[in-house]
Design a protein around this ligand. Structure first.
Ligand SMILES: Nc1ncnc2c1ncn2[C@@H]1O[C@H](COP(=O)(O)OP(=O)(O)OP(=O)(O)O)[C@@H](O)[C@H]1O
Length: 299
């Protein structure tokens, strides 16, 4: 997984450095603001007036015990869940009635829990879907000056291959996802998100199912990515979160109980209390596999 931690393209690489997309050459400047987000599923209040800001170029972690509301808030940011109350703005513009298919056009990419690759498409085709969405999204097409033709297809293919290369998965381009090890599938899913050259990357449990060394490289990659995009990271692995995040929001039972730098959050008694009872062993810590939910099942 070596190349995963080195997303800077090599000479001759054509895609992930977005050669024809000058907007991404500048430092990230957009922020995602979520204010007073409340979500009720029937009688269940999954989120209650949660607010956070993903600052430009920062990695913002979202943690909390099982059922805290992390996935629900992530899904609000993706347009999958419509909040009952609250507001979101992106690039200073309100995001009302956001729908998932609008994300690419807004410069937002996501990976969901699991991998979500299309089993009937090759790895390359799966990643091209990400690039294709970008090119078809209007502003991307204009910036890339891509004609919707054979050349369009060639450009998309080149971008997808370069994204795979950056994730160390180009040798799998012609294979189908189902035959690949889970960690490789996760890299392909990440390549599909990154090929769209997003300004904001939404990551839902990217480390799940990864071995320790792969998790470490994922952490390095996320840190590197923050130089060119903002990242919202939902993750159970506390050690990864503490290593890569600039700021962290902690949820418990749908409420925000703490927010701050990793050091501030770790020192907050409310956070300790929320995790009280978790079976955090010295062995898990030493192995770097400590989960914020103490290893309990989560959905
Ligand atoms: N579609 C739904 N319908 C009803 N209740 C839901 C739905 N989705 C989530 N919930 C409830 O909302 C609350 C928050 O769930 P959510 O999955 O967002 O938490 P989480 O922090 O992501 O948990 P985990 O770490 O276990 O994934 C929980 O009480 C959950 O049971």
């Amino acid at each position: 997984m070596g190349p995963l931690a080195q997303p800077t393209p090599t000479a001759g690489s054509t895609a992930i450095d977005r050669p024809a997309a000058p907007d991404t050459d500048r430092a990230p400047s957009a922020s995602l603001e979520m204010t007073g987000i409340t979500v009720a599923f029937g009688g269940v209040i999954a989120l209650s007036e949660v607010s956070l800001v993903v600052e430009p170029g920062q990695v913002h972690g979202l943690i909390g015990p099982n059922g805290a509301g992390k996935t629900t808030l992530f899904n609000v940011a993706c347009g999958i869940v419509r909040p009952t109350a609250g507001e979101m703005t992106w690039r200073g513009q309100p995001l009302r009635r956001l729908k998932p298919h609008q994300l690419a056009g807004l410069g937002i990419a996501r990976t969901l829990q699991g991998v979500g690759l299309f089993p009937g498409m090759t790895v390359l085709e799966n990643v091209m879907v990400g690039a294709h969405r970008h090119a078809r999204a209007g502003f991307g097409s204009a910036l890339l000056a891509l004609p919707r033709s054979d050349r369009d297809e060639r450009e998309l293919r080149a971008r997808a291959l370069a994204a795979l290369s950056d994730l160390g998965a180009e040798q799998h381009a012609g294979r189908y996802p189902g035959g690949l090890p889970y960690p490789v599938q996760k890299r392909v899913a990440l390549a599909r998100a990154l090929v769209s050259a997003p300004d904001l990357l939404l990551l839902d449990e990217p480390a799940s199912g990864l071995a320790e060394d792969e998790m470490h490289e994922l952490g390095e990659l996320i840190r590197t990515l923050s130089g060119r995009m903002s990242v919202l990271l939902v993750e159970h692995h506390m050690d990864l979160v503490m290593r890569v995040c600039d700021r962290i929001t902690v949820l418990d039972s749908g409420r925000q109980i703490a927010a701050g730098t990793p050091a501030e959050v770790q020192a907050d008694p409310a956070v300790t209390e929320a995790y009280l009872g978790d079976e955090v062993t010295a062995e898990e810590d030493a192995a770097g596999t400590t989960r914020t939910d103490g290893g309990r099942h989560h959905g």
